[in-house]
Design a protein around this ligand. Structure first.
Ligand code: MRU
Length: 361
């Protein structure tokens, strides 16, 4: 996709997860959706890191793109011209950004790319390096959008022989809001819908943070893609009634052997899908594949604050004296995954061998 085309698509995509306005990064506040559509301005490293931590912005690719702009903002914050001081300021800022959330590897992937351009540009002036960093952040954003369209097409092609319209179940939000635009799992849904192939989307509400009920449903509603929301514990019921043809979800980190971390609850859905012989797809860009780890056991799982369990949208349902746990992700073992849909193609088992080949492309 050419540069102009990417920009056109960004403008046309309706939902703008993030907007660089020339000075600061505007993030749609995903904590307020679907009731309020407000943007938050980030113009410091701490604000960007805070926005990722507090889930103003969330979803693996969107976290990566936001962090990349965070590094560009960190560079702009530096006022001197001493190169060594600048580099140590950047190291420190990148450390702050990388501490925002632990599971989605896209955060570290994007910051590594920013670091690479930082050191490759070391011979330039501080102002020139600042420009290089900003250009790189914009490139990461644009590439992400273009990658998502390719994921959508590759996912759609899997179902090219299906005669009937599809009933797809998805979990969490792997949509435009979780990326620069168009989504990953929802890219496949959008692409299928454009081809007239979606009967409906079954949207898991996704306790405790309700990314499905609040965000995925909001995206589908805007685009008039038929859907209904269920509570997470209803997935088995709908599968048993033959009301799910395929499960398509995103991922936060895919290990070399195909084990995939995604929003808590994904593992249970994969087990149900296997039981009912329903294909289970992960849709994710190559930047979500972590070749540095062998299997899912090595993926750090974020444990978030107890109040997310004790409260639903600010309403208290569990008193403080009752203990709760809040792991935010789980790992679906590769044997439960039918295929992983990437921008470079659809990867089938054996994942160890085939993901290895994909990463060499
Ligand atoms: O805690 P979140 O909302 O950041 O978790 C998001 C997910 O689990 C998504 O499914 C994943 O990041 C893929 S987004 C394309």
């Amino acid at each position: 996709m050419g540069d102009g085309n990417v920009k056109q698509k960004l403008k046309a995509s309706g939902v703008r997860t993030l907007v660089w306005d020339g000075k600061s990064l505007k993030l749609i506040d995903q904590r307020e959706l679907p009731f309020k559509k407000i943007y938050i301005n980030c113009s410091s490293t701490e604000q960007v890191a805070g926005a990722i931590k507090d889930m103003v912005v969330r979803g693996a690719p969107a976290i990566g793109v936001t962090a990349a702009y965070g590094a560009a903002i960190a560079a702009a914050e530096f006022s001197g011209s001493d190169k060594d001081e600048f580099l140590s300021h950047m190291e420190n800022s990148i450390k702050i950004l990388s501490g925002a959330r632990p599971t989605a590897v896209n955060l570290f992937w994007a910051l590594d790319r920013m670091k690479k351009i930082l050191y490759e540009s070391k011979h330039l002036t501080v102002d020139e390096i600042k420009q290089k960093l900003l250009d790189r952040a914009k490139k990461i954003e644009e590439e992400d959008l273009s990658i998502n369209y390719r994921i959508g097409k590759n996912g759609k092609d899997i179902f090219s022989k299906n005669k009937n319209k599809l009933k797809v179940l998805t979990h969490c939000n792997a949509g435009a809001l979780a990326t620069s635009g168009y989504g990953t799992a929802l890219a496949v849904v959008r692409s299928l819908h454009s081809a007239g192939k979606i009967e409906n989307v079954i949207v898991d509400e996704t306790r405790p943070y309700l990314q499905g009920a609040r965000l995925t449903a909001w995206e589908l509603y805007q685009e008039k893609i038929p859907f209904f929301i269920i509570t997470d514990n209803m997935a088995g019921y709908f599968m048993s009634k033959k009301m799910v043809d395929a499960v398509i979800v995103g991922a936060d980190r895919v290990a070399s052997n195909g084990d995939s971390a995604n929003k808590i609850g994904t593992l249970s859905i994969s087990i149900l899908a296997k039981y009912y012989d329903i294909p289970f797809y992960i849709a994710a860009p190559k930047s979500t594949i972590d070749t540095g780890i062998c299997s899912g056991g090595d993926i750090p799982i974020e444990e978030r604050k107890p109040s997310e369990i004790r409260e639903v949208m600010g309403t208290r349902i569990i008193p403080d004296y009752m203990p709760v746990r809040n792991p935010s992700f789980d790992v679906t073992p590769s044997e439960n995954i039918t295929a992983i849909i990437t921008e470079e193609g659809v990867v089938y088992p054996p994942f160890g061998k085939n993901l290895g080949q994909l990463m060499k492309k």
